[in-house]
Design a protein around this ligand. Structure first.
Ligand code: ASP
Length: 440
């Protein structure tokens, strides 16, 4: 049977197991389309409320989960050499997947040229609305790239914890955990403490998942009601390029990557993480999906040692879906504004997209904001681009849902690959979806 058929069947099985979440997405789309034409303030408010309850509950456990997972992951790997090996492999794999993503994005955009003639569709009133947010984002990013990296080192980790700034938190926790691993047995009380924290946060995640279907329904319905289905018609070329790119990455690149670097079967892995993929789609936040990604991987055969190290770092650094979108979006803008796309400029856009995406946070909308960094690198000014940005913003949420699903899937693809390479995978479990334990 052809691989893509197997993947579709596996996804089907995953959906069957989680039909209630899938039903939430479909019902959300239908209700959203209806509400777009029949606005109702009370229903909209209830939907926003329910969606926010779900997102906030799940975000509530992210920081304790990330901290405890990384501490346990790094201290259990223990010796320096192995940690270095895992770390290097992880960065290499994440790097390969993101480089392929930007290459696909750039090639499709150059081939299909979604930006030509786009100026025609840019509505002036929407342009003014986004002007302020774009200008602010641009201003914040105006410092040079070194300052950006400086911001990753937390001068006060407690401040980073309190505002939920993930990259500095991870930097601190990784350094702290490596130090813990080095001090030997004296680290036991702290490591045991974090083992308890991890177990408790996973339990809370289980409880929150009871709420996944209504949460995903409400989030999808509010997202769809804000733009309606007609918008797709007018910007079909841009959306088309993105969807083709996302599909190639999901159905061709990930399976080939797994085939090339491991023995993991893509259909089995996709089936194992189906819940996480659907929640990523609904929430458009890889951070919020992280607890579930970890639960799916660990309960279905990927060792705790690998999942707890590779997945939190992936949810913070690896955004290949976002990088693909950023490349397409910037080339789109360049085409819309008549900028000549020299090969050098294209390579520059692709490289900047790799950097910009990895500085992105795993929250809704972050990817479009960090595009400012790429534009800055190209010497463009905000005033020039406001109208183009308005265009991108109209379908921002729907593209966010898809790219987040990719971001989460590629984290699991890399985790499974490293687990395979290190003999840390239980194939009897992974390859037997019928035996999968329920998450909630
Ligand atoms: N929403 C994406 C994520 O959480 C980031 C983005 O905006 O591209 O992975």
């Amino acid at each position: 049977m052809k691989l893509h058929m197997q993947i579709l069947i596996a996804l089907g099985l995953g959906i069957k197991r989680n039909w209630h979440i899938f039903f939430g997405i479909i019902a959300g789309i239908l209700v959203g389309i209806y509400l777009h034409g029949h606005a109702n303030a009370i229903i909209s408010n209830v939907l926003v409320f329910v969606g926010q309850v779900f997102i906030r509950l799940i975000q509530m456990v992210v920081i304790p989960l990330v901290v405890s997972a990384i501490v346990i992951g790094i201290t259990s790997i223990g010796d320096n050499k192995q940690l270095g090996k895992f770390g290097t492999k992880m960065i290499l794999y994440y790097g390969i997947i993101t480089t392929i993503a930007v290459t696909i994005g750039a090639s499709l955009s150059i081939l299909i040229k979604p930006g030509l003639g786009a100026a025609h569709y840019i509505a002036e009133n929407t342009a003014y609305e986004v002007q302020a947010s774009v200008a602010t984002a641009m201003e914040q990013q105006q410092g040079n790239i070194l300052n950006l990296f400086l911001g990753f080192i937390p001068s006060n980790p407690l401040h980073s914890f309190s505002v939920g700034d993930m990259v500095p938190i991870i930097v601190f926790v990784v350094i702290f955990a490596i130090a813990l691993a080095k001090v030997g047995d004296i680290n036991r009380p702290i490591v045991s403490f974090f083992e308890s924290v991890f177990a408790a946060t996973m339990k809370i995640t289980d409880w929150i998942m009871f709420f996944a279907a209504p949460g995903v329904f409400a989030l999808t319905a509010s997202a769809v009601s804000s733009f309606g289905i007609d918008i797709f018609m007018s910007i079909s070329k841009y959306l088309g390029v993105l969807l083709i790119g996302f599909a190639i990455q999901m159905f061709v690149v990930y399976p080939l990557f797994l085939k090339f670097f491991s023995k993991v079967s893509a259909p089995m892995l996709f089936s194992a993480i189906a819940e996480a993929m659907m929640v990523a789609f609904g929430t458009a936040s890889s951070s919020a999906t992280l607890p579930l990604t970890i639960a799916c991987c660990e309960k279905r055969g990927i060792s705790h040692r690998i999942s707890s190290f590779v997945l939190p770092l992936g949810a913070t650094l690896n955004f290949d879906g976002t990088a693909l979108l950023q490349t397409v979006a910037v080339i789109f803008l360049a085409q819309a504004y008549g900028v000549v796309l020299t090969p050098f400029l294209i390579v520059q856009i692709a490289l900047l997209a790799i950097v910009a995406s990895s500085t992105c946070a795993g929250i809704p909308g972050a990817g479009l904001i960090t595009i400012a960094l790429i534009l800055n690198g190209m010497g463009l000014s905000p005033e020039q681009l406001v109208a183009g940005f308005a265009f991108l913003f109209t379908i921002e949420r729907i593209t966010d849902m898809f790219r987040t699903m990719l971001n989460v899937t590629s984290d699991a693809v890399v985790a499974a690959t490293i687990a395979d390479n290190e003999n840390e995978i239980n194939y009897d479990l992974l390859n037997n979806p019928a035996a999968y334990e329920e998450i909630a």
